[in-house]
Design a binder for this molecule. Structure first.
Ligand SMILES: [Zn+2]
Length: 128
């Protein structure tokens, strides 16, 4: 799906993340991207990345702040299940788009600042 590819590129999640949908949320004036890890990236310890048995659904859906898109904020939203790691016990499973415990996506690091204009350009060129 072409649009999914565009969004994936903007968030830097193309390989191990599946994008289920993108919605504009009026209330918060944000773009919310529903994502989930691809099969091989699921059920991994958030600390050591080892594949682990599932524990529970954690606190349910969770959001990570993504890059600002012009005047709009963006969020990645996904389930945040917990797994049982033999070294680390019960921990929130790893997600490919953010470091363990981070509330922001990887793309929000300092290197993102330089990419801001490139992303705006991408949005302007996005087919309707
Ligand atoms: Zn672990």
């Amino acid at each position: 799906m072409r649009n999914a590819t565009v969004w994936a590129g903007m968030f830097g999640v193309e390989k191990s993340t599946v994008i289920d949908g993108v919605v504009f949320e009026d209330e918060s004036e944000s773009i919310v991207v529903s994502v989930r890890p691809r099969k091989g990236a699921k059920q991994r310890c958030g600390l050591c990345q080892r594949r682990c048995p599932g524990y529970d659904h954690g606190e349910g859906r969770r959001r990570w702040r993504g890059p600002d898109l012009g005047l709009l904020r963006s969020f990645l939203e996904a389930d945040a299940p917990r797994v049982t790691c033999r070294d680390h016990g019960v921990v929130v499973a790893s997600v490919p788009w953010a470091r363990h415990g981070a509330r922001r996506t990887e793309r929000l690091g300092p290197s993102l600042m330089r990419r801001g204009s490139a992303h705006s350009h991408l949005i302007l060129r996005r087919p309707a």
